[in-house]
Design a binder for this molecule. Structure first.
Ligand SMILES: Cc1cc2nc3c(=O)[nH]c(=O)nc-3n(C[C@H](O)[C@H](O)[C@H](O)COP(=O)(O)O)c2cc1C
Length: 643
């Protein structure tokens, strides 16, 4: 199985053990002065050990004025070489190869960090930071080419197998390539040949100074996805020219930077289909002879294999897939695919982004809290193996269960339903959210691997727990939806979770109370079935956070969905509701059902009932406090590594 993706490949003269690539991801794990510490080393080492053939480092600044975040890695000075030497050694130790990604943010640099105006191919207003951009003079462009080459020389000195030029996502290199930005009239502006001169001279310079054998890859956006941006045909023409300079590989991404909470297309969220970029890689592959890397939700082993087997690309890069599971390649090779922790595209912990001070808290994963914490959170054998009962097979309970079992404890999970997952199962049902079900499957398979005894159709009561004589109990009984008490003249009122679970047939024109993720997902669930919905939200905005809202932008633009923010329901009528709005009291009518998506409250009576009857009780997840899945999973993990 999966012979194509597991077969050896090569980029230039670099031989790679399989076709799995970890692409560049600004991890935010370096120190604030851009140095590589143990946290960063352990993070990369885990992915090399987990079987990735090629690791491409996160972006490394080639110029102090091109930094996008304070804890971006830096390669603009020789003082940074020793850190990279350690990084290369850690990765090589496990048989993986490593390229360092060379980056200059150009227009997207952060002038607050560098205390220097942003630079670009042409003078534009930097809209987000309200700044004018300095247009590089022709001489400054040649100097910049020199800085990219100097950085490549440092990468080579550090022992890296190659470099990747960050020529995608709208940073400095594509600011030269894209007619959207480049308005120059010197040799670096004009037609395709001239706009590609900047990367061509960088590659020529690197090959001259580092040798033809030193691999050079370039990341591109095959489609910049904005009006006037580069499209794939123009990009392919450019790549044909660039390849003549000796480029060894092209890594085909798409879109522009994940600017300020808008993830755009470069990092597709849960509504982007699996493999959404692979067709761009395939188009590039028809135009060039060098190795082509595909990327973009290639998070399923069968999909990875098909992309290689069908010749769409030579390598597959798994970004968030590698954050969710550093062992993705090894588990694929060992036929343990059901144990792969999937990326759900939820953005809860990976895309943390720099805050207003330019600092990122560090990339992790909702379903794999160990990501980014490999250094401090290590699963070690328990000092004394104990019998531990977990009440509830939600993802928090199961996260705790497999870790404790791996540590040697005897773990029994009691679950009143006939399946695992709890609220996460409900979250998996609306459109585009099936990956949450994959996450549940991964938990069940991982629990099975470590011998957890999951007992379905078994309610965790004080009595059923005490019968098992546990030495510790973990209460992970989750939360239940809240039903607000409205005065109601007669309209049908149901819970969103009951609609999603298929227990209730939704009305044809529904009033959804609550515009958080549950409200939006419920609207998304009912609209395709010839329904209409009005979402009423008391807060000034829907979607809970900007990432989630961005994911649902198509839903929010759907004519069958209306949204009313700053609107509070006062009472329900026979066909709608009386609401308080910024414009005064308003009656909404013409509805045949009210769907409440108004939050959850903890379910936890067990802790009190068991108090004094078992040696140790821990209440975790929503049973303790309702919050995001990611936070519940993390809490469970940190308890389990210590108990
Ligand atoms: C936290 C995070 C940081 C990223 N930083 C970079 C980066 O430094 N350089 C880059 O070329 N792409 C970066 N990307 C984009 C990824 O390399 C990749 O193209 C994208 O995540 C899509 O792949 P995926 O669907 O497998 O996650 C980043 C993505 C994430 C999630």
């Amino acid at each position: 199985m999966f012979d194509s993706v597991l077969s050896k490949g090569s980029i230039g003269s670099v031989e790679i053990r399989n076709r799995f690539v970890m692409p560049a991801m600004g991890s935010g794990h370096s120190t604030l002065d851009g140095n590589i510490g143990e946290e960063t080393l352990c993070y990369y080492e885990a992915r090399a050990k987990g079987g990735f053939g090629l690791i491409i480092s996160e972006y490394c600044a080639i110029d102090p004025h091109g930094l996008g975040a304070l804890n971006e890695l830096r390669i603009y000075d020789d003082q940074y070489i020793p850190g990279f030497v350690k990084l290369v050694e850690r990765v090589h130790k496990h048989g993986a190869k490593i390229f360092l990604q060379l980056h200059h943010g150009g227009q997207w640099s952060d002038p607050k960090i560098s205390d220097y105006p942003c630079v670009s191919a042409s003078p534009l207003v930097w809209h987000i930071r309200d700044q004018l951009v300095h247009e590089l003079t022709t001489q400054e462009v040649y100097d910049m080419i020199g800085r990219f080459c100097d950085a490549a020389v440092r990468a080579k000195k550090a022992g890296a197998d190659g470099v990747e030029l960050h020529g995608g996502h709208g940073y400095l290199i594509p600011q030269f390539m894209s007619a959207r930005i480049n308005k120059r009239t010197d040799e670096f502006g004009g037609d395709i040949c001239a706009r590609s001169l900047f990367p061509r001279l960088i590659i020529r310079g690197i090959k001259e100074r580092c040798g033809q054998d030193f691999a050079v890859c370039m990341r591109i956006s095959g489609d910049e996805t904005v009006p006037g941006g580069m499209k794939i045909n123009e990009m392919c023409a450019m790549l044909k020219l660039i390849e003549k300079e000796g480029l060894d590989a092209v890594n085909v991404s798409c879109g522009l930077p994940s600017a300020y909470k808008d993830t755009g297309r470069s990092i597709g969220g849960f509504r982007a289909p699996l493999g959404f970029n692979a067709n761009l890689a395939e188009r590039v592959k028809r135009s060039v002879h060098m190795a082509v890397i595909a990327v973009g939700r290639l998070h399923d082993p069968a999909l990875c294999d098909a992309v290689i087997e069908d010749g769409q690309a030579d390598f597959v890069a798994l970004g968030r897939g590698s954050l969710a599971d550093p062992e993705f390649p090894n588990k694929t090779a060992e036929g343990r695919t059901d144990e792969i922790c999937p990326c759900t595209g939820c953005f809860s912990k990976c895309l943390t982004g720099p805050d207003e001070n330019g600092v990122s808290p560090g990339a992790s994963c909702a379903f794999n809290p160990f990501t980014g914490h490999e250094f401090e959170k290590v699963i070690t054998p328990a000092e004394k193996a104990r019998t531990i009962v977990v009440a509830g097979a939600g993802v928090g309970g199961l996260e705790a269960a497999w870790i404790m079992a791996k540590r040697g404890h005897k773990v029994i999970v009691l679950e009143k339903e006939d399946r695992a997952g709890g609220q996460t199962y409900i979250a998996s049902i609306p459109p585009c959210r099936q990956r949450f079900a994959v996450a549940i499957k991964h938990y069940v398979a991982t629990c099975r691997r470590y011998g957890v005894d999951i007992r379905y159709n078994t309610e965790a009561t004080a009595e059923s727990i005490l019968k098992l004589n546990p030495e510790a109990v973990i209460v992970a009984t989750g939360a239940a939806p809240v039903m607000p008490e409205y005065e109601n003249d007669g309209i049908a009122v149901v819970q969103a979770v009951d609609v999603i679970l298929g227990k209730v047939v939704p009305g044809h024109n529904c009033l959804i109370i609550g515009g958080g993720i549950v409200g939006l997902a419920t609207a998304d669930f009912i609209i395709p079935n010839m329904r209409q919905a009005t979402i009423v939200e008391a807060l000034p905005d829907v979607g809970e956070d900007p990432f989630t809202k961005t994911q649902y932008s198509d839903l929010l633009a759907d004519p069958h969905v209306k949204v009313m923010t700053d609107t509070r329901v006062i009472k329900l009528t026979t066909d709608g509701a009386v609401c308080e709005t910024p414009d005064g009291i308003m009656t909404l009518s013409g509805y045949d059902m009210v769907i409440v998506a108004g939050g959850f409250s903890p379910v936890n009576t067990l802790a009190d009932e068991l108090e004094g009857k078992v040696p140790e009780i821990h209440v975790i997840g929503d049973a303790r406090k309702v919050r995001r899945i990611a936070d519940a999973v993390e809490e469970a993990a940190w308890l389990a590594v210590d108990i």
